[in-house]
Design a protein around this ligand. Structure first.
Ligand SMILES: N[C@@H](CCC(=O)N[C@@H](CS)C(=O)NCC(=O)O)C(=O)O
Length: 207
């Protein structure tokens, strides 16, 4: 039995964690959760993640949920892979900024764009700005390249880059060259390709 078990619905946000697991190169077992069959809301899975959402990653007796938390955890767990910015390095602050920016700013702003509200909430009470402003912040960060932290590819690229990939796929992020170039750079990584191939294989078997 591998030390990690990924609860995965293919394709979904848990595909991002699969990519991260491929980056750290650790063996992992996979438990497939079929969202269309309501698996995520069944008691067995609710015992793993009471929110009934994938991904969840089991490491020994510990269950970790939330994409960005899992990516940060794995990056710190395997520092030899150089996917984190270590404690004691001032740039860890910027690295953390991007890890948190993904789920707490980029994703909610993109969701607001995808599902506009009937009534605009008070901007000052939201933890994020409008999608165009947020996207421009991401654009300025990726245009310098090659990665968010410069020459070093980190878990933050997996989090923010996956948001961009999905955003482009769902036509929420404009197909601008700077986004496409960055996404192509990270998607070409062997680990990203392995994760994508595994998702294709799962989809083919389910068809
Ligand atoms: N905040 C969570 C979001 C996870 C999430 O929304 N997962 C979706 C799949 S992409 C899910 O499990 N949906 C099933 C459902 O809502 O029943 C994270 O970042 O991990």
């Amino acid at each position: 039995m591998a030390q990690f078990t990924l609860y995965h619905a293919s394709p979904s946000r848990s595909s991002i964690v699969m990519w991260m697991l491929e980056e750290v190169g650790q063996p992992y077992d996979m438990k497939l959760i079929k969202l269309s069959a309501g698996d995520s809301l069944k008691p067995d899975f609710l015992a793993i993640n009471p929110m009934g959402k994938v991904p969840a990653l089991k490491h020994g007796d510990v269950v970790i949920t939330e994409v960005a938390a899992i990516c940060a955890y794995l990056a710190d767990e395997f520092p030899d892979k150089k996917l984190n910015v270590p404690v004691g390095t001032p740039r860890r602050g910027e690295y953390f900024k991007w890890l948190f920016f993904g789920p707490s700013v980029f994703e909610p702003a993109m969701t607001d764009r995808a599902f506009p509200r009937k009534e605009d909430p008070r901007a000052a009470s939201l933890g994020w700005r409008d999608f165009d402003t947020v996207l421009d912040i991401v654009r300025k960060a990726v245009v310098k390249g090659p990665f968010l932290m410069g020459e070093q590819f980190t878990a933050a690229d997996i989090v923010i880059g996956s948001g961009l990939r999905y955003g482009i796929m769902f036509k929420l992020v404009p197909e601008r060259k700077e986004f496409q170039d960055y996404v192509a750079r990270i998607a070409a990584r062997p680990a990203a390709q392995r994760a994508e191939a595994k998702d294709k294989d799962i989809a083919a078997k389910a068809a």
